[in-house]
Write a protein that binds this ligand. Sequence first.
Ligand code: COS
Length: 385
Amino acid sequence: MNYFLTEEQQMIRDLARQIAEEKVVPQRAELDEKEEFPWEVMKTLAQSDMFGIFIPEEFGGLGMGSFELCLAVEELSRACLGVSTSYAANALGTYPILLFGTEEQKERFLPDIAAGRRLVAFALTEANAGSDAAGVQTTAVKDGDHYVLNGTKQWITNGGEAEIYTVIAITDRTRGARGASAFIVEKGAPGFSFGKKEKKMGIRASVTRELIFEDCRIPKENMLGREGMGFIVAMKTLDQSRVGVGAQGVGVAQGALDEAVKFARQRVQFGKPIISFQAVQHMLADMATQVEAARALVYAVARYVDSGAKEITKASAMAKVFATDMAMKVTTDAVQVMGGSGYMREYPVEKMMRDAKILQIYEGTNQIQRNVIGQALVREAARKA
Ligand code: COS
């Protein structure tokens, strides 16, 4: 399909594809096996300006948007979802600064982020706050020119590797969701440490750790937005980033489809390559159709997000839920087409299937996405009535 990419967009896609093929594919099995953070790939992405895609030029970025970021994320995901998660979580952590930072905060942090000199992580989730994002218990208490943070964040992607953290904490417990605030916390801040590294089913090249705040003092200039805006910062950030999770789904599914087609052309049973059997062709046809449908939706939503539209919550949730449910189905079917070989670690599709599962869970489970879409439908219907 021709999505009418501009020359610049084609360049981003081709460069990301080249990095994925030359630097990621050869080592993805080893990164997965050793559960190693892909620092070498991150450095290559930094040298290629990939961290600056969505950051304005005045802060050292390329001045592009969500769509171009999705193109890069898709290509990396086609090779390895662990690598693409490490890369995409950086954007997730950066959006609060981009959307709510003051000029001073942007000048302080964005040039390093755009250059890939410092990685970022987003810290909302806690033991009792996942789908219920307003259930955050980490507190931030004002003390003169500082805020003092106490609490533990759980399952934070890039935790320990990142140097900049955008953190949601409660500044006024009596106000529920409106009592949360957002902060920038830098690695090395007194009272800020890291807990255990999690052992995961998939995306093992990506690192997931606890963040521990024990009387962690941060200057009040590090607050993002105003006191009480933390929940909105988190929700608007997720509205931006969820379409990128959709792009991850498209990428990993395309990767699995490519492997399944290649295998089916070579594997001979009953005297013929299995791709000549209609049963296999029908599976591949459905997979290819689903990948293309998801890609079309993700691209349309990313372009819609970049248009500056105010109401992107529903569209972004739709792209995430559709493309990631598709990714789970297509990666599972790729294993099925490849049979016993698909189940073996010698081939990449078992990893792709393990990796794809997280897409239905993180940045809001797919059940939560359906809630978000459903609530938007209710609001729209009420407005029309
Ligand atoms: N943009 C702006 N404001 C939003 C918003 C959005 N996308 N979503 C919710 N809000 C506002 C609501 O308008 C409401 O404001 P008022 O109190 O002024 O009416 C407030 O936030 C609470 O919203 P709501 O009543 O819908 O909250 P719920 O308690 O039902 O929580 C959320 C539902 C939105 C938290 C849930 O659907 C969600 O998205 N959960 C997943 C969170 C997540 O992604 N976690 C993963 C961890 S981060 S990787």
